[in-house]
Design a binder for this molecule. Structure first.
Ligand code: PDD
Length: 279
C-alpha cells in the first residue's frame, strides 16, 4: 500500500485515527481496472477524481503525473496483472471538528492494489448475476465518488442476504437510478440499449461513458433515459457496469428472470468488445 508518502506492507499500513476520512467519511475514491498490468482509462478516472475533489474543496494530494507513478508502483509491487487499484483522498488529519480544518492541513492519500481472479470473473459473467431492488436512500450528491457509502453497504448486504449480488436503487418516481456499486442498464426487446442520464441520481461511471462510445461505434441503438423495474423485468437483457467487473449480465431482478434468464447476446458482445474502446 501507499500511505502518505510511504510504501508499506498492506498488513502494516495504517492511517491516523484523526484522519477525517475515518471520522467523517470526508473524502473521495476511485477504483480502476488493471488489465495486463496496466491501469484502464486512467485519464477519465483522474478527471472524475479531480471533479469529486473540486466539489468538496479538497486539494489534489499531488500532481497527476506523480499520482500515476504512485499508482503504477503499487500495482507493480503487488504484481497485479488483472485486478483493481484503489485510491482514496481525504481532507487530512486534524482535531475532530466538523468544519474544514485550518489551512495547511494536507489531504491524505492511500493507494492499494489487488489481483482478482479473471477466471472467476468470467465464470460469474457466464452465469450472470441476480439483483434486488431497494428504495433510494442516499444523499442527492451521488455524482461525487465519496467514501461515505453506508447506504450502499446496507443495500449490498440486503442483496447478499437474498442471494443476489447487487441492489438497484429505485427513486421516489419509481425509476431505477443505479446499483450500490455499478450503473444499471437494460436492452429492450427492440434491441435498444438503455441507461439513465448521468445528469441526476447516479455516479457518472467511467465504464458507462466508454460503453456509450462503444455503442455508437458498434452501431447499436442507444437511449439515455430512466427505466422502471417493471420495464427491466420485461426487457430482453439487463446488465451492470463498473470498473471492477466491466459489463456484467443480470439474469434476475427480485427473483424474476430477465428475458430467458440467461446472459443476453448484446450484453455478451459488449463485454467481449469493451476493451477495444477503453484506453
Ligand atoms: N464502484 N455507481 C456507483 C454507485 C459506483 O460505486 C460505481 C463504481 C459505479 C460505476 O462506476 P465506474 O464504471 O466508473 O467504476 C456506478 C466501484 C467499482 C466501487 O465502489 O468499488
Amino acid at each position: 500500500a501507499y500511505v502518505n508518502g510511504h510504501y508499506q506492507d498492506l498488513r502494516d499500513a495504517s492511517v491516523n485515527i484523526e484522519d477525517r476520512g475515518y471520522q467523517f467519511a470526508d473524502g473521495v475514491y476511485e477504483v480502476c481496472e488493471i488489465r495486463d498490468g496496466k491501469i484502464v482509462d486512467f485519464a477519465r478516472h483522474m478527471a472524475r477524481l479531480q471533479r469529486s475533489l473540486g466539489e468538496l474543496r479538497i486539494a489534489m494530494p499531488m500532481p497527476l503525473s506523480a499520482l500515476l507513478i504512485v499508482l503504477r508502483e503499487v500495482v507493480r509491487r503487488n504484481r497485479v496483472g488483472y485486478g483493481i487499484v484503489y485510491l482514496q483522498v481525504t481532507r487530512g488529519v486534524a482535531r475532530r471538528d466538523h468544519g474544514f480544518p485550518p489551512a495547511g492541513v494536507k489531504p491524505s492519500l492511500v493507494v492499494t492494489a489487488r489481483p482478482l481472479s479473471f477466471a472467476k470473473n468470467q465464470d460469474t459473467a457466464a452465469h450472470g448475476i441476480k439483483v434486488i431492488t431497494h428504495p433510494e436512500n442516499r444523499w442527492p450528491r451521488v455524482d461525487i465518488k465519496s467514501v461515505a457509502l453506508l447506504p450502499n453497504v446496507l443495500a449490498k448486504q440486503a442483496a447478499r442476504e437474498q442471494g443476489a449480488y447487487e441492489a438497484w436503487y429505485v427513486d421516489a418516481d419509481g425509476y431505477v437510478t443505479e446499483g450500490a456499486s455499478s450503473n444499471a442498464w437494460i436492452v429492450t426487446t427492440e434491441g435498444r440499449v438503455v441507461t439513465r442520464s448521468a445528469a441526476t441520481g447516479i455516479l457518472a461511471g467511467i465504464t458507462r461513458a466508454v460503453l456509450i462510445e462503444a455503442l455508437a461505434a458498434l452501431q447499436l441503438r442507444f437511449e439515455e433515459r430512466p427505466f422502471t423495474p417493471q420495464e427491466a423485468h420485461d426487457a430482453a437483457e439487463a446488465f451492470v457496469t463498473a470498473s471492477s467487473q466491466i459489463v456484467m449480465p443480470v439474469v434476475a431482478i427480485d427473483g424474476q428472470p430477465v428475458g430467458d434468464g440467461k446472459p443476453g447476446k448484446t450484453t455478451r458482445r459488449l463485454r467481449e468488445e469493451f476493451h477495444r474502446f477503453s484506453s
